[in-house]
Design a protein around this ligand. Structure first.
Ligand code: 9WN
Length: 435
């Protein structure tokens, strides 16, 4: 069974790999290269196709802007099966945008640092992989420098995101209260996602109006970071995003130390890291909820909801042992019942929970993958094993979907896989989990 699943996963990754040297997340639905997808995909590829794994990362980093920014989507081709595309985002408005690649003017969680480290762990030929890393690592360092120089506006070691698409958890109920502070125009546009996937599993038209409106504001200011920080109605410190940055800092420090001769960069990374971990624990932990939460910088208040992002700091070594124990208790109490697969993307006890809709409840394999390793590192062998086995069972029973229903019992009458099928990161991370 294991061999068959891995074989199928490889078939999916191979079919989604494109001539331009990158992998689409899913045929039709997502026809370009996405930043954090690319990272997870490269981990899976590293097990059996080192050439493609390297190409994946190199192609993404080739699209980096002169200020170190790495965009969330790189539009390598002219596909019109996705909205909003290159002509809407107009990255060229920013003076330092890539001249060669069209992209969005927003980013996604900074996973590339820890992905490079994973690739080194996986590679048989360590010398060859370290050589590759040496050729790419400064670009990732520059990306972290971009974040700390432009997005830590209060100098507290925490960077902001200015759009829900930057979070990667696009329509999470976390953002609902922010939408209430906005009243965007009713744009007319042609959605493409709902031609590929059941509309009930995707964000609503009104939610898209909000998403587009934030971009219109950023575009009117040529994607200038200072202006965005001043004007964007959406400005959030996201625990998942910041945990990814912290995890990648750790990876860059260790990789630079292996490479040698980079004492200045190591010192800088260590200083960012110290401040970030301190700021993270001081600001984003909610004692009463026993979980990390988002902070709404625009409206100056914590967003007090528990989601799978709340537990992602385990993957980055952020909580101390005592706090980690509280996090695990919260996770198991709310998300861990025997009738459920771990780990729903949003608090199943909340009235905002929706088990079928995208980031409002379904299980996502990339978050599970992080939780598996995080829990394992903190010594929760049994629970981490359950996260792993649940992830495998979901894919085995339902298929290589984009997201999954956490309720076990619904499978008596229907399938529990939702969104796009033959989804690349579900395939790539399964290869890692089954290794
Ligand atoms: C917008 C590609 C991306 C993922 C995100 C996921 C979804 C896009 C969309 O697909 O977002 O970026 O159009 O819905 O939420 O995490 O990177 O797989």
């Amino acid at each position: 069974m294991k061999e068959k699943l891995v074989e199928k996963a490889k078939e999916i990754l191979d079919a989604n790999f494109q001539e331009g040297g990158f992998t689409i997340p899913c045929k039709g639905l997502y026809p370009f290269q996405w930043k954090w997808d690319s990272g997870f995909i490269a981990i899976g590829l590293a097990y059996y196709n080192v050439k493609n794994a390297k190409a994946e990362i190199e192609t993404l980093l080739n699209a980096q802007w002169e200020n170190g920014f790495i965009p969330h989507i790189v539009f390598h081709n002219e596909s019109d099966t996705y909205f909003p595309g290159a002509d809407f985002h107009l990255s060229k408005l920013h003076p330092l945008a890539s001249k060669e690649y069209r992209s969005t003017g927003m980013t996604q969680p900074p996973v590339t640092g820890f992905v490079l480290q994973e690739m080194l762990k996986i590679a048989d030929d360590k010398k060859d992989m370290l050589g590759f890393i040496k050729s790419q690592i400064d670009k990732v360092y520059d990306n972290h420098k971009y974040f700390y120089s432009n997005r830590d506006i209060n100098n507290e070691g925490l960077v902001y995101i200015y759009h829900n698409w930057e979070s990667g958890t696009d329509n999470s109920p976390i953002w609902d209260d922010i939408w209430k502070t906005m009243n965007p125009p009713e744009y007319s546009f042609e959605r493409r996602d709902t031609t590929h996937v059941d509309a009930s599993q995707r964000p609503s038209k009104r939610e898209y109006d909000h998403y587009l409106h934030i971009i219109e504001i950023a575009k009117a200011n040529n994607y200038d970071d200072v202006k965005i920080a001043e004007l964007s109605p959406f400005l959030v410190q996201d625990p998942l995003f910041n945990a990814m940055l912290i995890k990648s800092n750790t990876a860059l420090i260790e990789l630079y130390e292996k490479i040698g001769n980079n004492a200045d960069k190591v010192a800088q990374l260590k200083s960012w890291q110290e401040k970030s971990i301190k700021g993270f624990n001081a600001k984003l932990y909610d004692e009463e909820l026993g979980a990390y939460v988002h902070y709404d910088l625009r409206n100056n208040k914590p967003i007090r909801f528990v989601s799978s992002s709340s537990f992602s700091p385990l993957y980055a070594g952020i909580p101390d042992k005592e706090r980690a124990a509280k996090l695990v208790k919260t996770m198991m109490d709310k998300f861990g019942g025997e009738d459920k697969y771990l780990c729903a993307s949003f608090d199943p006890e909340s009235d905002r929970f929706n088990p079928k809709k995208y980031w409002r409840g379904p299980v996502w394999i990339n978050l599970n993958w992080m939780l598996y390793y995080g829990l394992k590192d903190y010594g929760y062998a049994e629970i981490s094993e359950r996260v792993k086995q649940d992830s495998i069972a979901l894919i085995e029973n339902d298929g290589f979907y984009e997201y999954f229903d956490s309720r076990k019992e619904i499978r008596k009458t229907e399938t529990g896989g939702y969104g796009g099928n033959n989804f690349s990161w579900s395939a790539a991370l399964l290869i890692d989990l089954l290794h």
